[in-house]
Design a protein around this ligand. Structure first.
Ligand code: FAD
Length: 385
């Protein structure tokens, strides 16, 4: 071990893990990252080419400072890598008088977000291919848009490497044990000592940390892509990202490649996955039909048969907020898990906060909504130093 440098292992180099590797390596830690698949793979929570970024936040206005930290770090990662990762092409929040829309308004008022209520007739003129309802409240979040997930994970990982991180891909970790002299990580038949471990294993979190069983439920999430009848009608310049909260819940992102609009249904309809190692990536025909019906009814300017349908998965907590911080008082273990279907946009901020916990034992950037103590207060099964 080099003197003065903290030796930190990161388990899982997906969304949060790749960002934690970048932030920790930037801050001078000796970083070893473990990933069971390749860099920027699409087999877990971050596949599918695009993720919505939004700041007028329907989950809770308390996320706004974290979202702004994330935005600044997205820009920093773009500057350091030259990659285009975050495009603020706008996000439409749609609904009626739901709690979600009340949170959107509260976020805008409390934090002065660059957003505006758009009268329905104006919305129809501006976005003629969007299916608005008579009772819709339409909010344009100009601090919203989209992020490119695989590119982001790849670039954060490459940047971490260029800063000295050692990233071991195709190397599944099979055990973590806290002892008096450090925390030991086993993989490939060998065990290595670290000062601190950051667990960012996404849907696999509860497999590695039994304390999370029952707190992080894995669900399958399906994305479907549809081609517009008119070329370019669904390009980002003509069609912003959107989230509809009522009367039904679904969301969409514009065509990244000039062709396919991507749609997803509410996380509430996502089916449970008993074992993330055995995710069935086939999509049953009833699910394909549900998408087809939605498009046939709501988007007459799209061809209703999807040209691509893919299954991913995500960990959900009982209250829909992630888990970030020390788990059960273990000073050597930081966990980021259960990001509940809305964690990608926050990723660089989550990685930076995980780096704070690993290096300083605390963070002034996190928010109480993510505190693991709301679920886990007892000491962990592993011994504290
Ligand atoms: C279809 C879909 C759409 C979404 N849309 C949005 C959106 O629009 N906006 C948004 O902000 N969020 C969105 N989300 C949520 C967001 O993508 C997730 O919250 C985020 O990707 C979760 O990140 P993670 O780091 O927890 O997991 P992951 O990105 O899955 O990373 C976990 C990593 O750990 C690795 N791993 C696991 N176990 C081990 C082990 N034992 N050893 C080594 N490696 C291991 C895995 O292989 C994986 O690479 C969406 C999620 C899905 C599924």
């Amino acid at each position: 071990m080099s003197l003065g440098k903290k030796r930190v292992a990161i388990i899982g180099l997906g969304t949060a893990g790749s960002m934690a590797a970048w932030r920790l390596a930037s801050r001078g830690a000796e970083v070893v990252g473990y990933e069971q698949f390749g860099t920027g793979h699409d087999r877990s929570a971050h596949g599918g080419e695009s993720r919505i970024f939004r700041t007028a936040y329907f989950e809770d206005p308390d996320y706004v400072p974290l979202l702004r930290t994330a935005k600044a770090l997205w820009r920093q990662l773009e500057d350091e890598t030259g990659a285009d990762l975050l495009k603020l092409a706008g996000n439409l929040m749609l609904g009626d008088n739901t709690t979600e829309m009340a949170n959107v308004s509260a976020s805008i008022e409390k934090f002065g977000i660059d957003a505006a209520l758009v009268p329905l007739n104006e919305a129809r003129n501006r976005w003629p291919n969007h299916p608005f309802h008579e009772e819709d409240v339409v909010v344009l979040d100009r601090e919203g848009g989209y992020v490119r997930p695989e590119l982001a994970v790849l670039n954060a990982s490459l940047r971490a490497k260029s800063l000295g991180a050692q990233l071991r891909t195709y190397t599944p970790v099979d055990g973590i044990e806290t002892k008096n002299d450090g925390v030991w990580v086993s993989a490939d038949g060998q065990s290595e000592r670290y000062d601190h471990v950051v667990v960012t294993a996404g849907p696999w979190a509860a497999k590695l940390l039994p304390e999370l069983a029952g707190l992080v439920d894995v669900r399958k999430a399906v994305s479907a892509w549809f081609v517009g009848k008119e070329r370019r009608a669904f390009d980002p310049a003509n069609f912003p990202c959107f989230i509809r909260t009522a009367p039904e819940e679904f969301y969409g992102l514009p065509a990244m490649d000039g062709n396919g609009l991507k749609l997803g249904l509410s996380g509430k309809v996502n089916r449970p996955v008993a074992d993330p190692d055995a995710l069935d990536r086939t999509v049953p025909l009833d699910e394909v039909r549900a998408f087809r019906e939605l498009v046939a009814e709501s988007f007459p300017s799209l061809h209703p048969d999807p040209v691509r349908v893919n299954a991913y998965m995500e960990g959900y907590t009982p209250d829909g907020h992630g888990i970030l911080g020390r788990l059960g008082g273990n000073q050597r273990l930081t966990v980021v898990a259960g990001l509940s279907g809305h964690g990608f946009k926050l990723a660089p901020a989550l990685g930076d906060i995980a780096a704070d916990y690993a290096l300083k034992g605390t963070s002034d950037k996190t928010i109480p909504l993510l505190n693991p103590d709301r679920f886990v207060t007892a000491p962990t099964s592993t011994a504290n130093p």
